[in-house]
Write a protein that binds this ligand. Structure first.
Ligand code: ADP
Ligand code: ASP
Ligand code: MG
Length: 440
């Protein structure tokens, strides 16, 4: 059995849903994970925002607009009045539930309940459509098996046990549908796996059932060698090692959520990135081996702050870095990149929530300077140190761009550069020209 996950654009309209229904019916007994229809989760965030701000009218208007969109989708999707009525009933219940939150206090807890409605609606619509087509599709509610523990980490034992029981219970089903993104936390409350987290759902399910493959179906034919939103002539990469895919996802390749790689990698389950609009395209295969001696792709991560701590006390001393890192640990702020010299260290963070406390504490150890609005540009491939020339080619591509930090040797798979936000697009394009398009 495989796990096939379809993102928001893949189920973004009645027409797209029909295409996905055809595609999954042709592929046999698999578990299908669906995101919310595109734009829905953003709108649910907007509704929650109005409710936090106690602007009930704003919330109601936005709910009404979204509901109207779903009603149009229902009209287009189903052929029979019977199924139009069934779908309308389901959708109406979700929207009335959302409306019920306009009356009372509004906290993170209520917001999570609202955010869950997008996936609940898309899966209800798809299951009904398949049933109208005569397909024996079983809806397996994610809220009945997807759970996180007290550390907000997936409770893999629970997931495996509950999911297996549900699949066994419906052994005669032709295929299974479930929601991406949503889960329950250790206290049984509705929660989620963070924005973009449907990819994570797919890979957790893949690991739980030891799937043959995890397929992430989206709106592009695989992982491209650069970000197609900023570079025009990008190409799909045929194969990636799990580690390469993890670096790319973490450093900004939006096609794959960073958390998705680990469960697949640990259980050695190949992940394939495929295009719903072009199902015959090869896409990208992510697994435990891949072509060597190649630079594969480039990605960029925005909103980075660089912090430099300079101190005479670092010279020939030990323990200095520990003290620096402990400060970041105290304020629960992960570090992305590091560069050291004998008299100083530069680190980057992508979360400024506790920056002022961090700076206050760091100043006890040395002179501190920060650079904001920076971008990490990550070059990924088989970059083992014995391979010659790859670092030089990447550096040469950036010869006209001021580079604040460079990090290499942390893994065999990447070299990262820190540049200013305003140089990001030029840097991505220069790297594509030099590394992939053979321009000097
Ligand atoms: P979904 O809604 O299916 O989860 P996403 O929007 O999360 O889809 O991811 C697909 C998008 O990721 C693409 O449309 C593309 O713009 C963006 N993207 C960013 N970097 C890359 C890359 N290196 N290769 C492919 N797509 C990328
Ligand atoms: N619907 C959620 C989001 O938009 C989860 C996902 O699509 O992966 O973030
Ligand atoms: Mg996504």
């Amino acid at each position: 059995m495989k796990v096939l996950k379809f993102g928001g654009t893949s189920v973004g309209s009645a027409q797209r849903m029909k295409e996905v229904a055809k595609l999954i019916t042709e592929r046999g007994k698999n578990i299908i994970v669906l995101s919310a229809m595109s734009g829905t989760t953003n709108t649910l965030v907007e509704i929650s925002d109005y409710l936090y701000k106690k602007n009930v009218d704003g919330a109601k208007e936005t709910v009404n607009t979204l509901e109207a969109k779903y009603r149009r989708t229902i009209d287009e999707l189903y052929a029979t009045q019977d199924f139009k009525d069934k779908a309308t009933k389901e959708i109406k219940a979700c929207f009335n539930y959302i409306r019920s939150f306009t009356k009372d206090i509004f906290t993170l807890f209520e917001e999570k309940e609202i955010l869950a409605q997008g996936e609940l609606m898309s899966t209800a619509l798809m299951t009904l459509y398949l049933q109208e087509q005569g397909v024996n599709a079983e809806l397996i509610p994610a809220l009945d098996f997807m759970r996180t523990d007290k550390n907000a980490e997936p409770d893999t034992q629970y997931i495996k046990q509950k999911l297996t029981a549900l699949l066994d219970k419906h052994a005669d089903a032709q295929l299974f549908i479930t929601q991406g993104y949503i889960c329950r936390n250790a206290y049984g409350e509705i929660d989620n796996l963070q924005r973009g987290g449907s990819d994570y759902t797919a890979s957790l399910i893949g690991a739980a059932i030891n799937a043959d493959e995890i397929e992430i179906w989206t709106d592009i034919d695989g992982m491209h060698n650069n970000d197609p939103r900023y570079v025009s002539n990008t190409q799909p990469v045929d194969e990636l090692h799990f580690e390469e895919a993890a670096e790319l996802a973490y450093f900004g390749a939006k096609i794959l959520h960073p958390t998705c790689v680990l469960p697949a990698k640990l259980n050695n389950i190949p992940v394939r990135l495929l295009n719903t609009m072009q199902p015959e395209a090869h896409g990208t295969l992510i697994y435990n081996s891949s072509a060597s001696c190649m630079i594969k792709a480039v990605a960029a991560k925005d909103n980075i702050t660089a912090i430099k701590i300079k101190s005479g006390r670092m010279l020939l001393a030990y323990g200095f870095l520990r003290k620096v890192f402990e400060i970041f640990e105290t304020y629960q702020t992960p570090i992305d990149m590091i560069a050291t010299s004998e008299v100083g260290v530069s680190v980057t963070i992508d979360n400024e929530r506790n920056l002022s406390h961090i700076l206050d504490d760091l100043k006890k150890f040395g002179t501190v300077t920060i650079d904001r609005d920076m971008v990490i540009i990550c070059v990924v491939g088989d970059l083992e140190w014995q391979n010659r020339g790859f670092e030089a080619r990447a550096l040469d591509a950036l010869r006209d761009i001021p580079v604040r930090m460079i990090s290499y040797g942390g893994s065999n798979y990447n070299i990262s550069f820190l540049v200013r936000k305003e140089d990001k697009v030029a840097a991505l394009n220069a790297l594509s020209d030099h590394l992939f398009n053979n321009q000097q």
